[in-house]
Write a protein that binds this ligand. Structure first.
Ligand SMILES: [Zn+2]
Length: 143
């Protein structure tokens, strides 16, 4: 479930993104899982889905081990950045602010550690350490 300080808006990174409605402090909780906001499927079952659903999963799902996870709430609109302002908590179950986030700033997450094996896209985050083509196995550039 997303923090109530976040809302959907048009994004210059890609389509619709998530934005801070007010300042968010470093370390503050941004998203946490609830049973009704995550769908899960084994990667081997992806081919059992309809073409349309499969494309949706490939575009939006993140992967941990042999499972793909799909946020069914607005968290699915969180865009990738190579210099994100949101990171996973130490146990990986929560998303927290990596730094102070100011009102109207886009909320971004680095997809790379959890990239599903089927997705490849050209990044348009405009950060100094942007890696360009984003796909599983690419290393994040340190700045
Ligand atoms: Zn980038």
């Amino acid at each position: 479930m997303l923090s109530n300080k976040i809302e959907k808006r048009e994004s210059v990174i890609s389509g619709i993104g998530l934005f801070a409605k007010e300042d968010i402090t470093k370390g503050e909780l941004v998203w946490w899982p609830t049973s009704d906001t995550i769908d899960k499927i084994h990667v081997d079952r992806l081919n059992e889905l309809s073409e349309e659903k499969r494309k949706h999963w490939i575009k939006n799902a993140y992967q941990m081990g042999v499972y793909l996870y799909l946020d069914t709430d607005d968290a699915t609109y969180m865009n990738h950045s190579c210099d994100p302002n949101v990171i996973n908590s130490d146990d990986e179950s929560l998303l927290i602010a990596r730094r102070d986030i100011v009102k109207d700033e886009e909320i971004t997450w680095n997809y790379l550690p959890y990239m599903n094996q089927y997705l490849v896209f050209q990044c348009s985050c405009s950060s100094k350490n942007c890696i360009g083509v984003v796909k599983k196995g690419t290393m994040t550039k340190m700045i």
